[in-house]
Design a protein around this ligand. Sequence first.
Ligand code: NDP
Length: 329
Amino acid sequence: MSLFRAIRIDKTETGTKASYVDFERADLMDGDVTVRVSHSTVNYKDGLAVTGKSPVVRRFPMIPGIDFAGVVETSTHADYKPGDSVILNGWGVGETHLGGYAQVARVPGDWLVPLPAGLSAAQAMAIGTAGYTAMLCLLALERHGIKPSDGPALVTGAAGGVGSVAVALLKQAGWRVMASTGRPEEEAYLKGLGADEIIPRQELSAPGRPLGKERWAVAIDSVGSHTLANALAQTKGEGAVAACGLAQGMDLPATVAPFILRGVALLGVNSVTCAKALRMKAWQRLARDLDQQKLVAMTTHAPFERVVETAADILAGKVRGRVVVDIPG
Ligand code: NDP
């Protein structure tokens, strides 16, 4: 087919506009692998891109969708041949390179990862960039050498995408999990994923003291701002916080006290441009360790036609866990 269905973001006089269109295959960007996309997802960054609330889209027109899974149609890349199942997240796809909310995507093969054995395309996208990032956070904490016997693990933004997968992964890895959420009605959901204790969001999201009582050995934070500052201030000596997000804000109103008085480490996590070896390791570990029943519990499906509404919902904090987008065949 020379035309395929896609969501396209165009620049307008007042901002940006997302529309459902027939897109010309000839207008795809350069890449040595063309993929028939079966699934994509709605991550927080997709919410920013589709609504135009933050300038994450850097090229117009743009097909948003920062991740996708599908089957290779054509390839001149040595690692991929037609029929191979692949996944992609990051690399500016959906921001500077045409992305996953489309029936067809063309990308450099170096950006792809083979679908790991044991995961379907739909399961891989239920994990998506958010779940992959949760695994990168866990790997960063493990590289730092901290173990479940050192104390509990805090997860902020726990009912969100990164947070839900982080709760399940930390529990599976043997941690006692403290889940911070602004949605008390999700207590049963979070306990089902593995949370041992629920912490109300406002305990961490308001301005706090430079140092507080030592409550956890590690934290996975997708929230930023005062929440990250408080997570650091209440981390045990020689503990570590993996920071990957900014749902509360991009600022970090903290002091150096946790670093210089307790030896706490702040580990930054960027999922967009990881080396292939780390990407493969993270995806293989997700395929091995993430409980599939918990993945089902945290996943909803959105038809392609509802992506624009769902993008607004995720920014409004109305989405629980992960959303898979089923791309029409
Ligand atoms: P979600 O919207 O699914 O989750 C974010 C969660 O944060 C919400 O569910 C909510 O959790 C909490 N939250 C929202 N607003 C606030 C607020 N004002 N104050 C405190 N908590 C808040 O998004 P994702 O999980 O997809 O992404 C989370 C963050 O991680 C985003 O900032 C995203 O950009 C970032 N990210 C970064 C990546 C990287 O490479 N570094 C990769 C992937 C994501 P609850 O309802 O439980 O309180």
